[in-house]
Ligand binder design. Structure first.
Ligand code: IMP
Ligand code: MG
Length: 345
């Protein structure tokens, strides 16, 4: 592979991963933003998905919604769109302009893996006709299909992406300088191509395993931050929300509308069995459970376990149940964070 721009020769010594344990929209953006501020990362990398994602981030009190650009740009940290992603160049340029307009310096900080695949106009046109899955219509499925059928276009052959290209082998394995990397996932465990509720899934690897595939040795993983909400939401065509008034109240109180498409998110109680499975499969050792204030606002606290629904008298009792129920996973109770929307995590 010829030398490419943007290299700062490095050996990865520490890798942290942020992974969504539900169906996306659980608050990964917030956790990634928090970690980025607290830890000394040299790189932030998006490891899967494309412009289907919508990460809501509050930076210095201003609300931003990013689709493809990693959170590192808010802190001047080298930010990479990894080879596990699919890139829409026009959306990327637009997102870049938008951030620059608000004083966030992106140029010189943003890089795209030369071997990431590209979403074309034809992919978006095709995805625009989807009626079965309820996709975000961002061309994701057709782009990944072409990648795997070996007929796709890679970032390296797109003119507008040339100034951003990077080779992650050289960046992370080829040199001597230490790197500390945060891998930011998109979508979530319930939407993972292999472990989600197929076919109502996205077309990429959303799990922590998917992060490794972006050019890292499994030996470098330090922490896996799993993110979930204390209830669930899902956007797409399968039936998910039970016919009960309470879920409308949760949707309103939690402002559960898609950050990318504006679609109302279907709501349901937290499925504790699925959460446990997601924790185990992703190797989660830090858990953030977001939006506890939403259940406090509606004044109802419930959890699903198989066909059973547990009812609690308040948030504290529900939290104690979760901590006890998850003790088998090996997560230390001190590493389970229950978070209000106002909290940093
Ligand atoms: P696609 O990724 O656009 O192909 O959509 C496949 C499924 O994943 C649909 O149900 C989408 O609503 C869902 N999905 C994709 N990206 C996100 C996301 O970032 N948050 C929530 N749901 C998503
Ligand atoms: Mg989102």
């Amino acid at each position: 592979m010829p030398a490419r721009r943007g290299h700062t020769k490095a050996v990865v010594t520490k890798l942290d991963i942020v992974v969504d344990l539900q169906y996306g929209d659980s608050g990964k953006g917030k956790v990634a933003h928090f970690l980025c501020r607290e830890k000394k990362y040299t790189h932030i990398l998006r490891y899967n998905g494309g412009a289907n994602a919508g990460h809501t981030i509050f930076h210095k009190g201003v609300k931003f919604v990013t689709h493809q650009i990693p959170v590192g740009v808010f802190f001047g940290v080298k930010s990479i769109i990894g080879p596990g992603c699919v890139v829409d160049p026009s959306v990327l340029m637009q997102e870049m302009r938008e951030l620059e307009k608000h004083g966030i310096k992106v140029k010189g900080k943003l890089f795209v893996a030369y071997n990431a695949h590209v979403v074309t106009a034809a992919h978006k046109k095709e995805d625009g006709t989807d009626k079965k899955i309820g996709t975000t219509k961002r061309g994701i499925g057709p782009a990944y299909r072409d990648k795997f059928s070996r007929t796709g276009v890679r970032a390296e052959s797109v003119k507008s992406l040339k100034p951003f290209l990077i080779d992650l082998y050289t960046e992370f394995e080829g040199g001597t300088k230490e790197a500390t990397v945060l891998c930011e996932g998109a979508q979530g465990f319930g939407l993972d191509i292999d472990w989600g509720d197929y076919p109502f899934v996205t077309s990429s690897h959303c799990t922590s395993g998917g992060a490794i595939m972006n050019g890292f040795s499994p030996r470098t993983v330090r922490d896996v931050w799993g993110v979930a909400k204390v209830y669930e939401t899902y956007v797409g065509n399968k039936k998910f929300e039970p016919k009960e008034e309470i879920f409308k109240q949760i949707r309103a109180a939690g402002e559960e509308y898609g950050a990318t498409t504006g679609r109302p998110r279907q709501c349901n109680w937290l499925d504790i069995g699925m959460l446990e499975r997601a924790i185990n499969l992703n190797g989660v050792n830090h858990l953030v459970l977001n939006k506890i204030d939403v259940l406090d606002a509606v004044g109802v606290w419930k959890i699903r376990e198989g066909k059973k629904v547990h009812t609690f008298k308040d948030g504290k009792t529900m939290q104690a149940f979760i901590v006890k129920r998850l003790s088998k996973t090996g997560i230390a109770p001190k590493n389970i964070h229950f978070s209000n929307r106002k909290d940093a995590i």
